[in-house]
Ligand binder design. Structure first.
Ligand SMILES: [Zn+2]
Ligand SMILES: [Zn+2]
Length: 262
């Protein structure tokens, strides 16, 4: 049996070395169990194994969970009820972290003890992103360009949080790259467009730090072809060099000064 934890609100998981991450989904807790013929009246479910994906919780906590499941069965059998639903529900809503393991505080902060926190944090983050992407794909969104409602799987949420369908972005960004205008490979929303106009007019009230509407490379790659992406990157570098804002990401090489010969 596999159960995945999901929280409606964000939580922060921390470790003793102060690594912290804000997430909405914890990796699954996988429980392998067998139901005896006399379950639920005379025997509890037989738990064969409990596994925490990515070892986000130590296996030393397993006995506490086993005791909790047994107590739950004892309590429920008096009422002639099974216990599986209660076990699953307690895991899905995360209440076992608070009531059984005492790891979750009232501010939704979970404190985890882990031997390699720096290795765990990226795994927690990546699982959370995977789950968020899965739920995004299932939702529907209104595209303000084609004025149609589309499934999330056909849409992209840009870094400014605006959402458009891929085909509209593909058309707009593809044309911009073709015409050599990398500045238009950005969020088409009017709010973001007005920020860009202020930036281009050198409005002293707008600093370049506010320009977060330029498309991120990972989004451009999900919309354009490899050839178009390469051209977009080349156009962007050319523009930055022209503006004097190009940042070299490689090594700095110090050249010796030429010596004057007598
Ligand atoms: Zn659209
Ligand atoms: Zn935007």
């Amino acid at each position: 049996m596999t159960t995945g934890d999901s929280f409606s609100e964000s939580i922060v998981a921390t470790s003793p070395s102060d690594e912290s991450v804000a997430i909405s989904h914890l990796p699954p807790l996988i429980i392998d169990l067998r139901l005896p013929l006399t379950y639920p009246l005379h025997e509890p479910p037989i738990i064969i194994s409990i596994h925490f994906l990515h070892s986000w919780l130590p296996s030393s906590l397993t006995p506490l969970l086993l005791r909790y499941f047994h107590d739950l069965w004892t309590e429920r059998k008096e009422l002639g009820e099974g216990v599986l639903w209660h076990i699953i529900q307690g895991i899905l809503d995360g209440s076992f972290l608070q009531r059984v393991l005492h790891l979750l505080d009232s501010s939704n902060i979970i404190t985890l003890t882990h031997p390699f926190p720096r290795a765990l944090v990226p795994l927690l983050r990546s699982y959370d992103t995977e789950m968020k992407n899965a739920s995004f794909a299932e939702m529907t969104f209104f595209c303000s360009i084609c004025l149609e409602t589309r499934k999330g799987a056909a849409c992209i949420r840009l870094s400014c949080e605006h959402i458009f369908c891929k085909s509209c972005l593909r058309h707009g960004w593809g044309m911009a790259v073709k015409e050599g205008n990398c500045t238009q490979v950005r969020c088409p929303d009017t709010d973001c467009a007005s920020t860009v106009q202020k930036l281009e007019s050198n409005d002293p009230g707008v600093t370049p730090m506010l320009d977060n509407s330029e498309a991120r490379e990972e989004d451009v790659r999900r919309v354009l072809t490899e050839e178009e992406v390469m051209r977009w990157k080349w156009l962007r570098e050319k523009r930055d060099i022209d503006r004097g804002t190009y940042k070299f990401s490689g090594l700095f090489i110090a050249l010796p000064q030429s010596k004057s010969h007598p």
